[in-house]
Design a binder for this molecule. Sequence first.
Ligand code: PLP
Ligand code: SF4
Length: 397
Amino acid sequence: MTSSSDLETTFRSHTPGYWPDSVMEKWDDHKWQLRNRIDSLADLEAHINLSDEERAGVLLAGTKLAMAITPHFFNLIDKDDPNCPIRRQVIPRIEEGWTAPEELSDPCGEDTHMPVPGLVHRYPDRVLFLVTDRCASYCRYCTRSRVVSGVGEQQLETQWEMAFKYLEEHTEVRDVLLSGGDPLLFSDAKLDKILTRLRTIPHIQFIRIGSRIPIFLPQRITPELCTMLKKHHPLFISIHTNHPKELTTEVRDGLVRLAEAGIPLGNQSVLLRGVNDTPEIQKALVHKLLMCRVRPYYLYQCDLITGSSHLRTSVSEGVNIIENLRGHTTGYAIPQYVIDGPGGGGKIPVNPNYVVDSDQSKVTLRNYEGEIFDYPNPSPISEKDLQALQEKAMCGQ
Ligand SMILES: *Cc1c(COP(=O)(O)O)cnc(C)c1O
Ligand code: SF4
């Protein structure tokens, strides 16, 4: 059940929350936010009451995917609600230690599509460039938890020069997606250098950055960052947010700064059990995103990452969410629901089925209200009708 407090539909600030008023002058400094992340059991227990499942989860996390939560994001946690949708995303639980039989450490088969360490070339004309393994906070369901945070089973060793050389040689690559980890953790100067280098490659038309920093660390979206990013257009940013509560006034202001720098914004959400697995929450989320000038882009079925069974839903729940959006709200608000084919199949769109039947002469469709409509295929014009038209045209001369 979703209580009304779970479904936060208005924008508000949560500062200073669990912190004393005296930190307010440092609050907007992203470096202060990073230095003061919650990253130990003691930090957590100083502020909120943990369940036994969470305490065990935190103790296990050190060898899998580190825990870190920015003060900004931590303030969204409801300290009295063990089912708070924010805490489920960032506080480890004991279930993470269990690997379900269907789970994989590299669920999207990225490692087998890496021609150069850090560069994933899965689709014909675009690449995923993993530029860092660090994030402002860590999501417990991260699809790259095998490398992200630096404590897991693998290390990410991005080969910068080899990657640029590959991109220079592969003239079919017209789209580069910078991701990780979170590229916006880099300094403005470092990011500028990477983007400038990519812009020297003439066949790279389009650059995107995938980042959760606008949500975890909105203080990082400074006017200086926006001014630098603007030099590298056409540049898009895909943010990652899952629950309407994440969209605070600070987040909205940061997103608007990016939009005003001419950067089109899309959102990628992951469908998560106990976080955003109802049509009501998804609808509130997409409406708030439009108000922040962000177009919902993808809704991902949660990948089969190890230790994620407590966060995954069935596919029919995802289809039901889309069914409850399409027709019922603004088309711009509706993300494409996708499943990354386990083992490296790439993104596969999954939609409610609106085609009820089809034969040679017509398709039978249902609309969002369940009404049935036939759409006939084009009828061929007969020789006789053609001839009659010819004759009519001649008479008119
Ligand atoms: C998601 C993804 C992309 C980008 O896909 P789009 O559908 O263009 O957003 C590119 N490469 C890899 C490996 C990806 O997983
Ligand atoms: S921000 Fe992205 S890369 Fe970082 S932990 Fe979350 S899902 Fe993984």
